[in-house]
Design a protein around this ligand. Structure first.
Ligand code: HAM
Length: 423
């Protein structure tokens, strides 16, 4: 037998799996609710390739980031290095540059839904192929109203899904004017603590000191708490931007927690960074991650442009849903058509076609089963009704409709049948 690749999932109809984040009904709910919420705020969909030139991610998300080290990269036959996308912000910005979208007046407000790939150690809520839904606002404005509106939309989205118990963490990580001096101060403070800090902190000190702040190791926490925070070192424009952003969240009644150690795992961020964490997820508790990335366009060889956005993991969003979220979404046939004999079998196919034309989902037994076995299949599909057809039903143009929950049976003409099933 050939099994699926480690860290990947098959998404199945719910009746084949108990694992909610592997149920297609949950995926459809999360995706459709996102489409509805984004449409209300004027976002348009973009689809970019799953495979991109490796250089895009090296320049975009940085070579010394975890995400970059986890990429699936290979050399194509012509020697070109390509990667499965580990995230989509860099791809969206590339597409905007490539198609001259920055030349259009106004903001490009885009969203995407699709798989991403990271070769991480699989665990609960962490996969090597996972779904992301993301939003990016790109253009010439860096007005904090963009941040506030996008976060308000997210807040609305979570409410639509009835997800509770989440926490919004916000921070500013400064820009190219104030961050370099802060990083020097940070490095100096870390250097004094290196012997007490873990191996990964020691490594990050050399390659990406800001990421030391993100260490989750218990024994490092007391030392990390002593390190200087960037919010005390912001330049005046960054401070004003952050103040204005949080004031706009206040105006909208959106609760948040200031998280001065929140730094995010990708190099392209400037100023606002945020995450939404959940209570039901265990170690991988970040559902949403996002922030501002002014200048990413230039890093990728494009015109000067600003950007802000977020992405969330579809699996993690599903794991945060209330227990009954998907129950009503199970796809069940309106009616299962069972028959007795060859003549009734032919008649069933014709009748099923007319039912479907009337918008009724009808499943006909295709395996020539005996009536009892047919009804057992109807049961396992959770069909609302079964229709039973034999010679006498055809002759009298009257069908037996059986309610699969109550077992009650009624004789109905075709037009009454359609009227009943449509209800
Ligand atoms: P990220 O924080 O790397 O940001 O990922 C965003 C979300 O994707 C995470 O919060 C998590 O829910 C989900 N995720 C990440 N890795 C995995 C995994 N291995 N398994 C399951 N879920 C995962 C970005 O990707 C940025 N592009 C977000 C962004 C958009 N920033 C600005 N615009």
């Amino acid at each position: 037998m050939i099994n699926r690749v480690r860290g990947t999932q098959d998404i199945l109809p719910a009746r084949f799996t108990d694992k909610t984040d592997a149920q297609i009904e949950c995926w459809n709910l999360v995706e459709q609710t996102a489409r509805d919420a984004f449409r209300l705020c004027g976002f348009e969909e973009i689809r970019t390739p799953i495979i991109e030139r490796t250089e895009l991610f090296e320049r975009g998300i940085g070579t010394e980031t975890d995400v970059n080290k986890e990429m699936y990269t290979f050399e194509d036959r012509d020697g070109e290095r390509v990667s499965l996308r580990p995230e989509q912000t860099a791809s969206v910005v590339r597409a905007c540059i490539e198609h001259g979208m920055f030349n259009q007046p106004g903001l490009a407000k885009l969203f995407y839904i699709g798989p991403q790939f990271r070769r991480e150690r699989p665990q609960k809520g962490r996969y090597r192929q996972f779904g992301q839904i993301g939003v990016e606002v790109l253009g010439q404005s860096d007005d904090p109203a963009i941040e506030a509106e996008v976060i308000e939309m997210l807040d609305w989205y979570l409410k639509q899904l009835r997800i509770t118990g989440t926490e919004l963490l916000v921070n500013s990580i400064g820009d190219e004017n104030c961050r370099p001096a802060y990083i020097e101060r940070l490095k100096e403070a870390i250097r004094q603590r290196l012997p007490q800090l873990c191996g990964s902190c020691n490594q990050r000190y050399e390659t990406n000191p800001l990421r030391v702040l993100d260490c989750k190791i218990e024994s490092c926490q007391p030392y990390l708490n002593e390190l200087p925070v960037i919010t005390d070192s912001l330049c005046e424009p960054c401070r004003a931007h952050f103040q204005s952003f949080t004031a706009m969240l206040d105006q909208r009644g959106i609760a948040y927690t200031l998280a001065p150690r929140l730094v995010r795992g990708l190099d392209y961020y400037t100023r606002t960074a945020f995450e939404i964490i959940g209570s039901q997820l265990g170690a991988q508790n970040t559902i949403v991650g996002g922030g501002r990335y002014d200048g990413l366009s230039q890093m990728l060889g494009g015109p000067p442009a600003k950007g802000f956005g977020f992405a969330f993991g579809i699996e993690r969003m599903i794991m945060s849903l209330p227990d009954d979220a998907a129950r009503s979404l199970k796809q069940v046939p309106d009616v299962f058509v069972a028959y007795i004999g060859e003549r009734a079998r032919k008649h069933s196919f014709e009748l099923a076609r007319r039912l479907r034309e009337a918008g009724i989902s009808a499943v006909v037994d295709l395996e020539g089963r005996k009536l009892k076995k047919s009804l057992a299949v109807a049961n396992s599909l959770a069909a609302r009704y079964a229709l039973i057809i034999g010679d006498s039903e055809i002759d009298s143009s009257s069908y037996v409709l059986r309610d699969m929950t109550t077992g009650e049976q009624r004789n109905l003409s075709e037009s009454d049948l359609i009227a009943t099933l449509r209800n």
